[in-house]
Ligand binder design. Structure first.
Ligand SMILES: Nc1ncnc2c1ncn2[C@@H]1O[C@H](COP(=O)(O)OP(=O)(O)OP(=O)(O)O)[C@@H](O)[C@H]1O
Ligand SMILES: [Mg+2]
Length: 367
C-alpha cells in the first residue's frame, strides 16, 4: 500500500479530508469517488532530458496548458545533449515553467488534484530536478504525488485530445533513446516485445544528420532535407528475422562510408542521402511493426516518441497497416508534460499513488 500524505485536502470539501477517514483504503475510495463526480486536474512535470515541461491536464485528456522550455539551442552547439548543462538549465527554468503552466490554465493550487512527475528513464541529474520540484510542491500544497515512467507517458500522448485508443494495441515507441515495440493489453499493462540492440531510431536520425552536416536535432533536419531528394541510394536494412528487436548502427555506418566514398556532398546528393537514410529507418520500423501486429491480432497501433512526428513514417505506416494507427500531433510526440499528466490520471484511477519518498530510476524500462 503506498504511503498516503497526511495533509491531503486538494479540491475536496473539508468534510472529506484524509484525517477524518479511518483507514488509507477508505480515503482512496473517497478520492476515487470524488474524482468520478468532479473533473480532475493534474499538474504534470517532465525534466527527463533537455526539455523542461509542465502542463495542466483535465480528466486525462483535456490539455488546459502545456509549456515546454526547450534547451535545443543550448545543446546544438555541442551537436548533442550535455547532461550537466541540461540539469543546470532545468534548475533555472523549472519553477517559471510550472508557474506559466498554472497561469495559462487559469488554475490555483486548490484546483489541482495530483502532482505527476517523470521518474525515469532519462538523465539522472535532469530527472532529480523535476522530481524534487514535484515533491516540494506536493508537500507544500498537501497533494498526492504520482511518479510516471517517461516511456509510458509517451504512449499516453495518444489519450490526449479526442482520440480513443482500444486494447489490445501495439505501441511503437521511437524516440531519442528508445525503439521499443510494446504490447498494451490494458491501462498500465505492458509487455515489451522488442527493443533496439544498439542505436535508437531518434539517435540514428541525430547521428545521420551529423554525418550529413545537417545539424541537431537530426530528425527534423533529415526530414526537411529528404523532401528535396529521392530515396534511391542503396542503404542496408537490419531485419533481425525471428525477433522484434531493431538495429540501426549498421545503417549509420553505411551512411558514413557512403559519404566518405563520395567526398564532399552537394545539396542534391545530401537530399538523396537524407531521403534514402530516412526511408531505410521507416522501412524497418513499419515492416517489423506490421509483422508483430498481424501475429498478435491487435486492434490498433499507437505511435509514440519524437520520431513519431516524422510524416514519412506516419504516412507509410498508415498506408500499410491493417488496423487503425493513432499518431499524436508533433508537439505531443516529442517530450512534454501533458503526456505525463495524462498517464498519471490512469494511475490514479487504478489507485496507484506514490509516497513522498519516490526516487528517480534513470534506467527504468517498460514491460
Ligand atoms: N520529424 C522527425 N523525424 C524524425 N525524428 C524526429 C523528428 N522530430 C524529432 N525527432 C527525433 O526524436 C528524438 C527526440 O524525441 P524524444 O523527445 O521523444 O526523445 P528523448 O526524450 O530524448 O528520448 P527518450 O524518450 O527515449 O527518453 C530526437 O532524436 C529527434 O531527432
Ligand atoms: Mg522522450
Amino acid at each position: 500500500m503506498p504511503k498516503m500524505p497526511s495533509m491531503i485536502h486538494f479540491c475536496l470539501p473539508p468534510s472529506l479530508n484524509y484525517s477524518i477517514c479511518q483507514r488509507q483504503s477508505e480515503f482512496q475510495v473517497v478520492l476515487l469517488t470524488y474524482a468520478i463526480i468532479r473533473s480532475m486536474k493534474i499538474l504534470g512535470i517532465e525534466t527527463s532530458c533537455d526539455e523542461t515541461a509542465a502542463a495542466v491536464v483535465e480528466d486525462g485528456a483535456n490539455i488546459m496548458s502545456s509549456i515546454v522550455a526547450s534547451q535545443v539551442d543550448i545543446h546544438a552547439r555541442y551537436g548533442g545533449i550535455v547532461p550537466e548543462v541540461a540539469s543546470r538549465q532545468h534548475l533555472i527554468t523549472a519553477l517559471p515553467v510550472v508557474e506559466s503552466a498554472m497561469a495559462e490554465a487559469k488554475v490555483a493550487w486548490q484546483d489541482i488534484a495530483v502532482i505527476a512527475v517523470t521518474i525515469g528513464p532519462g538523465l539522472a541529474g535532469s530527472l532529480l530536478v523535476g522530481v524534487n520540484v514535484a515533491k516540494a510542491i506536493a508537500l507544500a500544497q498537501g497533494l498526492p504525488l504520482i511518479g510516471v515512467n517517461h516511456l509510458e507517458g509517451h504512449i499516453y500522448a495518444n489519450w490526449l485530445g479526442h482520440s480513443q485508443p482500444v486494447f489490445p494495441c501495439l505501441c511503437l515507441i521511437v524516440s531519442g533513446g528508445h525503439s521499443d515495440l510494446v504490447l498494451m493489453t490494458g491501462h498500465g499493462q505492458f509487455e515489451r516485445l522488442g527493443r533496439t540492440r544498439d542505436d535508437a531510431a531518434g539517435e540514428a536520425f541525430d547521428k545521420g544528420a551529423r554525418i550529413l552536416g545537417l545539424g541537431y536535432p537530426g530528425g527534423p533536419a533529415i526530414e526537411a532535407a529528404a523532401k528535396g531528394g529521392v530515396p534511391s541510394l542503396p542503404l542496408p536494412r537490419a531485419w533481425l528475422k525471428g525477433s522484434d528487436d531493431f538495429s540501426f548502427s549498421g545503417l549509420k555506418t553505411a551512411l558514413l562510408h557512403l559519404v566518405q566514398d563520395k567526398g564532399l556532398l552537394d545539396a542534391p546528393l545530401v537530399a538523396e542521402a537524407a531521403a534514402s537514410f530516412q526511408q531505410a529507418i521507416v522501412d524497418v520500423l513499419v515492416t517489423k511493426t506490421m509483422q508483430a501486429a498481424e501475429r498478435l491480432g491487435v486492434r490498433q497501433i499507437l505511435l509514440a516518441g519524437g520520431v513519431a512526428a516524422n510524416k514519412t513514417l506516419g504516412n507509410y505506416i498508415t498506408r500499410h497497416s491493417p488496423v487503425p494507427v493513432l499518431i499524436p500531433p508533433p508537439n505531443l510526440c516529442t517530450d512534454n508534460a501533458a503526456m505525463i499528466a495524462a498517464c498519471a490520471y490512469y494511475h490514479f484511477q487504478s489507485g496507484k499513488i506514490d509516497g513522498y519518498d519516490i526516487d528517480i530510476v534513470a534506467s527504468l524500462s517498460l514491460g
